[in-house]
Design a protein around this ligand. Sequence first.
Ligand code: S3P
Length: 425
Amino acid sequence: MPGDKSISHRALMFGAISTGTTRLKGLLEAEDVLNTAKVLSALGAPVTKIGGEWQVKGRGVGGLAQPTEPLDFGNSGTGTRLMLGIIAGHDMTVEIVGDASLSRRPMGRVLGPLQQMGLEIEGGRDRLPLVARGSANLIPITYELPVPSAQVKSAVLLAGLHASGETSVIEREATRDHTERMLRHFGAALNVETVAGKTKITVKGDAELQGCDVVIPGDPSSAAFLAAAAALVPGSDVTIEGVLINPTRIGFYEVLREMGADVSFLNERDEGGEPVADIRVQQAPLKGVHVAAHRAPSMIDEYPVLSVVAAFAQGETRMDGLAELKVKESDRLAATVAGLIANGVDAAAEGDVLIVSGSGAVRGGGLVETHLDHRMAMSFLTMGLASREPVTVDDTTMVATSFPEFLSLMQSLGARFGMGAEARG
Ligand code: S3P
């Protein structure tokens, strides 16, 4: 499995704000991550590929340089929001831009706490393009997350490394904890405690990070498409090697199992401070399930493909607490419902609840609008592997933002893709 996107972004950024050289094995070479690499190079921390390994020459905490051009994050919310936390701690003014999808996404959720710490935003905007002015004298804060977001948590913690004193983030629901794990690996002083049933994460400011080696495990969010294909296509038995199984990321696999799929984690091991396994999935008859709201953070990017799986199950799948789906690369709640209906599936969104009524089989034959969203394209192409008629998506170029190998890996498992009529041949 190609490298995890969340961990790849973080490994590059943390390397850039460390002293010395950071060496990365298994970095995801997808557009989102390569944009972060370009941004870091523009900020004076060169990122290069030497042989099969990526290297970052670190500048130390607070040591990045004023860029001469706008920083372009392409499609990546993670790149933008985490880098805003780092830029906040530098006495420089930068212009931040992105593509049409990224320019529609809310940035107020990170700008709010970062402005409390000392970041200034020209014109008080909360969408890209933004002009941001950081400060070498950030104020430490304690911030309780109003939405369950690892990006917001990470942005505040990264700014906290640059502040003087201790910065804390409090979260009610556990979100992915790669920042916490990896900051420790780079030598940051970080404390995690439970206070009144919530998690409080505290970092010490004026931090010094030490460049190191990072091994990046395979991406469970990308592997979800292969796992879904294996669960749906009769006779399948697929093993996906080297996938991250961090408990904050594997909700999709747990639900797949509850639906009746045969999912096993083999050869469990630790790689670079993260748990990893080979995931084996065998096709089996599936039934609809109830997915409670508290599970959303552990599978937030997997709801579109889970909805596709639910369409092939017998009975209703009800997924609660999906407000965050509306502010991803597209409004994934609306786009998923539209894609399912276009393919003859009975589906509806009621507030932040998604309901898919499966009948064991899917007609397919629909044209799905992807709205510049990689996961919409991959989810509905996966549907086409098991539906009666092929499924068409309006665009596949965005797949390169997170999983450039998607089509070729699927083809190696026997999938056939084509342009329009060719696919039906
Ligand atoms: C990510 C966090 C999630 C997720 C995104 C990656 C991260 O976003 O959807 O794909 O790497 O921290 P939110 O923090 O907005 O939930």
